[in-house]
Design a protein around this ligand. Structure first.
Ligand SMILES: [Zn+2]
Length: 353
C-alpha cells in the first residue's frame, strides 16, 4: 500500500517517508483543485509514479503513471487516517496516520458531493458564462440558460428560473446573453488593465515566498539534527562492536533504538516540509501564469475554450444581478475592491416566448 511497507517480523505497517509525502500531496492537491484528474496530472508532472514493488528476485513491478482511478483510490482509503477495515467495519489501526481526520473527512465530503453531481464545474452549456452567477433581482431567483431559434439563427438568452420553472410572472423577461456577457467582460478587462488584481496576486506570491524561506530553514535544521543523531548512532555501533557482549551492551542497544525512532520522526517531519515546498512551487507557477494571463487578456481570451472562459469568469466574479426597474447590471467581483458601480445595460426586456 502506497505510503507504507510491511514489516513482516513485527507484523506491522511502517511509514515509507517518500511515499507518505506523495499521499499527503495528493490530499493537498485535491482540496486545492477539487479535481481528481488534476491530482493525477500534477503528481505525474512532478515526476511521481504509483507504488513500485521489488520482488524477491529483484524484479521491479508497478511504478506506472498516475491515473484518475488510482488517485481516487488513494483519496478514499481510510488507511491514511489510521483506520483499518475489517468486514465493512472501520477500526483504529496500529499504524501511523498520514493525514488528519479533518483533511480526510472534508475530502470524503467533497468527493461524495461531486460524484453526486452537485457543485460540479462542468456544465451542459459552458458557452453560457454566467449560469450559477447571474440573478434576477425582481424575483430574487437565479437565471438559467435559454435558447431560441429564429429564421435559422440561434439566439442565447438568460431567463429567470422562477419564471421558467414555476411559470410566475417576471418583469425581467429574456436577457440577450451576448450583451450581458460583454458587459461582464468589459469589467474584467478593466480589472485586468487597472493592475489591482495583479497587485494582489503579487502580494500573495510574496507571502508564499516567505513561507518557502521558513520551510527551507526548517529543512536545514532538521537535516542537521538528523546528521547529529546518525553520527551518535555510528559511534555507538562502533563501540558496540569493539566491546562484545557485556553488561553495558543492553544500554547501548536501548539507546540505539531510541535514536532510530527519533530519526524516524525527523524523517517524517522532513517529508512534510518537502511536500509543503512542492505545493508552494505549484502555487507560484499558477500565480505567475495568471499574472501573464491578465497582462494579455484580450489575446488570450480568444484562445480559450468555453469551459475555460467560464472557469475564469467564475474565478473572478462573485455575482451578476440584473435590476429590471433601473435597467442596471450589477457586477460584483470576488474582491470587492474591483467592483465597479452598476453598469447601465442597453438591453431591454424582450417579449416572453
Ligand atoms: Zn425574475
Amino acid at each position: 500500500m502506497l505510503g507504507y511497507a510491511i514489516d513482516h517480523d513485527r507484523r506491522a505497517l511502517v511509514v515509507v517517508p517518500e511515499e507518505a509525502a506523495m499521499v499527503k500531496l495528493a490530499f493537498d492537491l485535491y482540496l486545492k483543485t477539487l479535481s481528481i484528474l488534476e491530482v493525477a496530472k500534477r503528481l505525474n508532472s512532478l515526476g511521481y509514479t504509483q507504488k513500485r514493488h521489488t520482488t524477491k528476485l529483484g524484479k521491479v513491478l508497478g511504478g506506472r503513471p498516475w491515473t484518475k482511478e488510482a488517485a481516487h483510490r488513494v483519496l478514499r482509503n481510510p488507511l491514511y487516517v489510521g483506520k483499518v477495515r475489517q468486514k465493512d467495519q472501520l477500526y483504529d489501526g496500529e499504524h501511523m496516520a498520514l493525514v488528519t481526520p479533518e483533511v480526510f473527512e472534508i475530502t470524503q465530503k467533497r468527493l461524495t458531493m461531486r460524484s453526486a453531481g452537485k457543485c460540479t464545474r462542468r456544465t451542459r452549456r459552458p458557452e453560457f458564462l454566467l449560469t450559477g452567477l447571474i440573478q434576477c433581482i425582481a424575483c430574487t431567483s437565479p437565471m438559467t440558460s435559454s435558447m431560441a431559434s429564429s429564421r435559422g439563427k440561434l439566439y442565447r438568452y438568460y431567463r429567470c428560473r422562477k419564471e421558467a420553472e414555476e411559470g410566475t410572472f417576471c418583469p425581467t423577461g429574456l436577457l440577450r446573453a451576448d450583451e450581458i456577457e460583454n458587459a461582464v467582460l468589459a469589467q474584467l478587462r478593466e480589472v485586468a488593465r487597472s493592475g489591482a488584481l495583479e497587485e494582489r496576486i503579487r502580494g500573495e506570491l510574496a507571502k508564499g515566498d516567505s513561507a518557502v524561506d521558513d520551510a527551507l530553514a526548517q529543512r536545514e535544521r532538521l537535516t542537521a539534527q538528523l546528521g547529529e543523531l546518525s553520527a551518535e548512532a555510528q559511534r555507538l555501533l562502533a563501540a558496540f562492536s569493539g566491546q562484545g557482549a557485556t553488561a553495558g551492551s543492553k544500554l547501548l542497544v536501548d539507546r540505539l533504538g531510541e535514536l532510530e525512532s527519533q530519526m524516524d520522526r525527523i524523517r517524517l517531519d522532513l517529508s512534510a516540509v518537502e511536500v509543503h515546498l512542492k505545493s508552494c512551487e505549484v502555487r507560484r507557477d499558477e500565480g505567475e501564469h495568471f499574472v501573464d494571463f491578465l497582462n494579455s487578456f484580450d489575446d488570450l481570451w480568444g484562445m480559450l475554450v468555453p469551459q475555460e472562459r467560464r472557469e475564469l469568469v467564475h474565478a473572478l466574479v462573485s455575482r451578476v444581478a440584473y435590476d429590471t426597474e433601473a435597467r442596471k447590471l450589477h457586477i460584483e467581483m470576488l474582491d470587492p475592491k474591483q467592483s465597479a458601480p452598476p453598469a447601465i445595460v442597453t438591453t431591454s426586456p424582450e417579449a416572453r416566448p
